[in-house]
Design a protein around this ligand. Structure first.
Ligand SMILES: CC(=O)Nc1cnc2ccccc2c1
Length: 444
């Protein structure tokens, strides 16, 4: 890391001599993690504020969980990347713990904890930092923030429709249209139907899904090899790969028969989507499986029509997750929306907002004796809800005007002796340049 010399402050030169007690720390954050200085933090807060407002529009309640969970919550033997890259360790009490790689298991844990006392349907949202430990060879990030929305206790696909619609509203708020992005929708019941046809044991379902999900990342031969290693006969593999290439529900109906669960779900869902007026955002794509083992029904992902970016968001139905975690099963569905790809999309589309700092007032005591008076002026304004930057040191006007520009202040209040004696202060509008002397109670 690059050691820092505290040259700016007199008397701290000691730091520049790296003796044992003064070794300079590495000023960069740990590998794969990010700092959020003000400019980046304003963009993040802007995105998260949109997440929150959309969640409120859909009457979801905010929840939160510890970033640290028992490792057992995420140990799944389905070959998922998210489990293989778990940021796990043994704590000082000898407990096996992990930084959460996703939010859904924590949400499921809280639902189980609350048990039958919880009125259904549960509609909860959260925005949380998730972690993975990747071999640094790929230099990819080890943390990201995810917005999650989940509906627990609703059997029908009206729940999935609501979740997809909430993301459409989010996109619209960010200025993203259906010509920029779309949703690919399918159902894992398609895979289930094919595996049943070839009497593949249910317990292989999760593993098969995870292998199939890698279809667009690794060569077909590798997919076939991994499926063969699970004991799936070539005939079944060909059946799987064939059905995954379908691009319309009628084709799917042709292949599975009209009484197939998967067909019913998808017909209901596409009808709802049409009634909602969102058909141009959403398409059926049988190749969508998603990379989490616990999905059991409808799955969907938001994609960039330019084809350059990874999935923007994704989700689906997970009706058996609660029982897998030892609870009573409840129908459940949800999605995760990460904070990385969306910014790449917004940047590419020129949709990043220009967010600068904004302050209503700067208050400047014209001499040190008036610091208290200036503080009183500042608190009067703050009690009225105005943002005030109170100058805390004896600064020259030249600095104050430069500072006002930097923090984008609207007005400057000069607390001067002669005015103060008359209970007045000098207010300077930094846009119109007009000035006036006002009594304290007239400031707004
Ligand atoms: C593009 C990106 O940052 N992805 C990312 C970054 N960190 C993660 C951490 C946990 C799980 C998934 C993650 C995904």
């Amino acid at each position: 890391g690059n050691s820092i010399a505290h040259k700016r402050h007199g008397g701290l030169e000691a730091f520049s001599s790296p003796t044992v007690e003064n070794v300079a720390i590495d000023v960069n954050p740990p590998r794969g993690t990010r700092d959020f200085p003000p400019e980046e933090m304003r963009l993040r807060s802007w995105l998260f504020q949109n997440f929150r407002e959309v969640s409120a529009l859909f009457a979801f309640e905010e929840v939160d969980f510890p970033v640290l969970e028992s490792e057992a919550l995420f140990i799944r033997k389905a070959g998922e990347e998210i489990s293989e890259q778990l940021y796990n360790f043994e704590d000082k009490g000898g407990r096996r713990v992990a930084l959460r790689p996703e939010l859904t298991p924590s949400l499921a844990r809280l639902v189980i904890q609350k048990g039958k006392a919880l009125p259904l349907p549960v509609k909860w949202f959260t925005i949380g930092q998730c972690w993975r430990y990747e071999r640094t060879t790929r230099g990819r990030r080890r943390e990201h923030y995810q917005w999650n929305m989940d509906i627990i206790g609703v059997q029908g696909v009206a729940a999935e429709a609501e979740l997809i619609f909430s993301i459409v509203i989010l996109f619209k708020r960010l200025g993203i249209t259906s010509s920029d992005v779309g949703f690919k929708v399918s159902s894992r019941k398609v895979l289930q139907a094919v595996l049943q046809r070839y009497s593949i044991p249910e317990k292989l379902f999760g593993k098969v899904c995870i292998i199939i999900d890698k279809m667009d990342k690794i060569p077909k031969e590798e997919i076939e090899k991994e499926l063969t290693m699970l004991g799936i006969p070539m005939e079944a593999i060909n059946g799987l790969l064939q059905i995954l290439s379908l691009k319309s529900v009628p084709e799917l109906e042709e292949a599975l028969g009209s009484d197939a669960d998967a067909v019913d779900d998808l017909k209901d869902l596409f009808l709802l989507i049409e009634q909602y007026g969102c058909s141009n955002w959403i398409q059926f794509d049988a190749s969508i499986v998603r990379g989490l083992a616990y999905y059991t029904g409808v799955v969907f992902e938001g994609f960039d029509r330019g084809g350059k970016l990874r999935a923007i968001c994704g989700g689906g139905r997970y009706d058996q997750l609660l029982s897998k975690l030892g609870g009573e099963d409840l129908p459940a569905c949800g999605f995760g929306f990460g904070d990385a790809v969306i910014f790449e999309l917004l940047k590419e589309r020129g949709l990043l907002p220009e967010l600068g700092p904004k302050v209503d007032y700067i208050v400047l005591p014209l001499d040190p004796q008036l610091q208290g008076a200036a503080a009183m002026v500042a608190s009067t304004l703050r009690e009225k809800g105005r943002s005030v930057d109170l100058v805390l040191e004896n600064k020259r006007l030249k600095w104050v005007f430069k500072h006002a520009e930097r923090i984008n202040a609207s007005k400057l209040i000069l607390v001067g002796d002669s005015e103060w004696q008359r209970g007045m202060v000098r207010v300077k509008n930094l846009c119109s340049r007009e000035e006036s002397d006002l009594p304290l109670h007239e400031l707004e």
